[in-house]
Ligand binder design. Structure first.
Ligand SMILES: Cc1cc2nc3c(=O)[nH]c(=O)nc-3n(C[C@H](O)[C@H](O)[C@H](O)COP(=O)(O)OP(=O)(O)OC[C@H]3O[C@@H](n4cnc5c(N)ncnc54)[C@H](O)[C@@H]3O)c2cc1C
Length: 391
């Protein structure tokens, strides 16, 4: 039963598994266990399912409430699994970057270099980048921060225009104070190819992620608006199942006993843009997602939702709906988005992980339970293999 609140006291059924969190991980593992004949109860703190991939429809436009989500995978098992719950239509992601009034192609490829330097041959781009790296003096030494690391990988122009401001907004700190380890490699393509992802399968569920997750949870008992960590809920819910699969924040599960793990937060501002502010063709911007890479613009990116639609322009809509995404300081209790994977947080997470390892009846999973950034296909792959281990 979806969306409705079941009264726990009236509910004397015993479950094999209690899954905490109705995001992609919780829904996928609940599905597999249910298919195996287990009785599963899913509890979700929010009043909706889908977690960070939640979508809803407005004026015929699919809105990505927590930022644009593009499904991409090369894992056949994951691709077969998700297509049980949604018709996927092909969508190739080609975002743009906007820096001081000019648009650049992403990811960094010959289109970007043509836009930046007016050159057309890959050799010319290689030479410019290599020259800038050599002039920086960072090539030969071990990078001591993100700035040095980025410049030694792509040179100064790409760094200054397309990486620096965006990264500083995203992490709320100067690149010279961020660890080099955040950027291990920066994909640079010396070919004309704007496809953001390389994966074999890429697309969007035709009727949105919420509908897809809802189908995954078909026949599973789901309680929304129920925070498992609320002491009264925890006391009542825990005895209902033999085992718990927990996809919330691992530090919260343990009452932050080693201190909170740090995240970056996001703030979303959704606006209806009147038709007169859209350019010819009815769109507000040139791509479904535009990253704003200068530090003066407060948002990190703008998503124009109708540009994900197959026809790009939805017939019954005048104007457009856009979401500005702002990176924000995060406080415990708020929605957690990007783990801050510096040494201090990694060490703290290790302590929580050791506690989790000792649990016999509780499995931690998903992006929050594992304290790491994971794409949707990663959490689904993890759910499929975790379910295999639980059985
Ligand atoms: C801005 C942004 C853009 C992204 N874009 C992409 C993309 O383009 N492609 C891609 O593949 N991936 C993308 N991702 C990653 C994607 O969001 C994750 O892979 C996916 O949402 C992880 O699913 P999950 O179930 O692990 O976590 P979540 O989606 O966070 O679900 C966890 C659920 O647990 C619930 N919960 C937590 N604590 C409790 C509690 N105590 N009691 C009850 N419920 C609780 C939460 O409310 C939440 O619904 C993006 C992520 C972000 C932040």
């Amino acid at each position: 039963m979806m969306g409705a609140y079941m009264n726990i006291r009236d509910h004397d059924r015993k479950y094999d598994y209690l899954v905490v969190g109705a995001g992609m991980y919780g829904a996928a593992i609940a599905r597999v266990l249910t298919d195996q004949g287990f009785r599963v109860l899913v509890v979700e703190r929010k009043d909706h399912i889908g977690g960070a991939a939640f979508t809803h429809e407005e004026d015929g436009i699919m809105i990505y409430d927590y930022g644009a989500h593009i499904f991409h995978t090369s894992d056949e098992r994951v691709w077969d699994f998700v297509r049980r719950f949604a018709d996927f239509r092909e969508y190739i992601h080609e975002p743009k970057a906007f820096y001081k009034g000019k648009l650049y192609s992403l990811p960094f490829n010959m289109n970007t270099f043509r836009e930046m330097w007016g050159i057309t041959a890959p050799q010319q781009a290689k030479e410019i980048i290599e020259k800038q790296i050599a002039a920086s003096g960072f090539a030969a030494k071990e990078p001591s921060n993100l700035e040095e690391q980025a410049i030694r990988l792509v040179g100064t122009d790409v760094y200054e225009k397309l990486i620096k401001g965006y990264t500083e907004k995203q992490w709320g700190r100067p690149c010279s104070e961020l660890p080099a380890s955040i950027i291990r490699r920066i994909p640079v393509r010396y070919e004309y190819n704007n496809h953001y992802f390389d994966d074999k399968y890429q697309g969007l569920p035709a009727d949105g992620y919420t509908a897809m997750v809802s189908r995954m949870l078909d026949g599973v008992d789901v309680m929304t608006g129920t925070d498992f960590l609320d002491p009264a809920n925890r006391t009542e819910l825990t005895p209902l199942a033999n085992r718990i699969i927990y996809s919330g924040q691992i530090d919260a599960y343990y009452g932050y006993c080693y201190g909170p793990l740090e995240y970056r937060g996001l703030r979303f501002e959704t606006l209806h843009v009147p038709e007169e502010e859209c350019f010819a063709g009815g769109a507000y911007q040139e791509a479904a997602v535009v990253n704003y890479t200068d530090v003066e613009v407060p948002w990190t990116r703008i998503t124009e939702h109708k540009l994900f639609a197959e026809e790009r322009n939805v017939a019954n809509v005048t104007g457009s709906i856009i979401t500005r995404e702002y990176s924000a300081k995060w406080h415990p209790g708020e929605d957690a988005f990007y783990p801050v994977a510096d040494d201090e947080n990694r060490t703290r997470y290790e302590k929580y992980r050791k506690l989790a390892e000792q649990e016999k009846e509780v499995l931690f999973g998903g992006r929050l339970g594992s304290y790491r950034y994971m794409d949707m296909d990663d959490v689904i792959a993890a759910a499929l293999s975790d379910a295999g281990m639980m059985i």
